[in-house]
Design a protein around this ligand. Structure first.
Ligand code: IPT
Length: 268
């Protein structure tokens, strides 16, 4: 028996960890996993992958591609003969999902920085086509607003370390006044640490940095990275359990996993 997994680039942190987790937990349940890796932002590629799975009699499909609510709903509507479980959609999407709470860790990050006395907080969200990145940004902004603050600057990255490096470099080149930087994921935070270091800006003394994900490496960055932990193994496990439990008569409840703030040395 086989499960389908449609995913964005496995070169990224979360998709690779989720795929590993899905494989592991599916195997424990006696299932194999067929992976279809697609380019983002192309719903027709997702439908094509679903069709490929259907032609192989695979009727339980996990979709780890960032999808706007309208697109996710359309896919679910167009494919009622299979069970699609979505891993990167908004909590109010209405489709079958296992996702992370976009609010708790992000708002805690802002709160910590404000409590430490930071006035000028710059934001480096992930790509604008990512649902998760947009939700993290929205929660940073509402967190800042609750402290009557607006961001010192907003520079977008593309999830990878190079974009984090370039974003931080841009803040430096633009002479943006900032004492803290909230970053959309740890890979971008690593790049930002490198750019700050090269410019002689000391973390956390001059600038505090907070990432997101808690990748395995983040505790070993210099300095060790304060971040928000996503338990991607738990997400894969919940997704496998719930998609396997779905029947034609009933679909299990959706699941929102917590995202926990982890304090380390990159904030003081
Ligand atoms: C999200 C990660 O936080 C980010 O680092 C990047 O890997 C992205 O996925 C890729 O889509 S987590 C995801 C479950 C929204």
């Amino acid at each position: 028996q086989t499960l389908g997994l449609i995913t964005t680039s496995l070169a990224l942190h979360a998709p690779s960890q989720i795929a590993a987790s899905v494989k592991k937990h599916a195997r424990e349940a006696g299932y194999q996993v067929m992976i279809s890796m697609i380019d983002e932002g192309d719903p027709s590629a997702i439908q094509q992958s679903i069709n490929d799975f259907k032609s192989q009699f695979i009727d339980k499909i996990l979709i780890n591609v960032p999808l706007e609510t309208a697109v996710a709903r359309q896919l679910a509507e167009d494919n009622t003969d299979v069970t699609c479980l979505f891993l990167d959609v908004a909590p109010d999407s209405g489709v079958f999902h296992v996702i992370f709470d976009p609010a708790n860790g992000t708002q805690e990050s802002v709160k910590r920085l404000c409590e430490l006395g930071h006035q000028d907080i710059a934001l480096m969200p992930g790509p604008q086509n990512s649902v998760a990145a947009k939700l993290r940004l929205a929660n940073w902004l509402s967190g800042l607003a609750s402290f009557s603050k607006t961001p010192a600057a907003v520079v977008y990255g593309t999830w990878d370390a190079q974009s984090g490096h370039d974003g931080a470099q841009q803040l430096i080149d633009d002479h943006v006044k900032f004492s803290a930087l909230l970053v959309g994921n740890d890979q971008m935070a690593l790049g930002a640490l490198s750019a700050l270091n090269k410019a002689g800006i000391v973390v956390p003394h001059d600038v505090a940095v907070i990432g997101y994900d808690d990748s395995y490496e983040s505790a070993f960055f210099i300095p060790s990275l304060t971040t928000v932990r996503l338990d991607l193994d738990a997400q894969g496990k919940e997704a496998v359990t719930r998609v396997l439990a779905a029947t034609e008569e009933s679909v299990p409840d959706n699941c929102i996993l917590p995202a926990e703030f982890i304090a380390r040395d990159s904030t003081n």
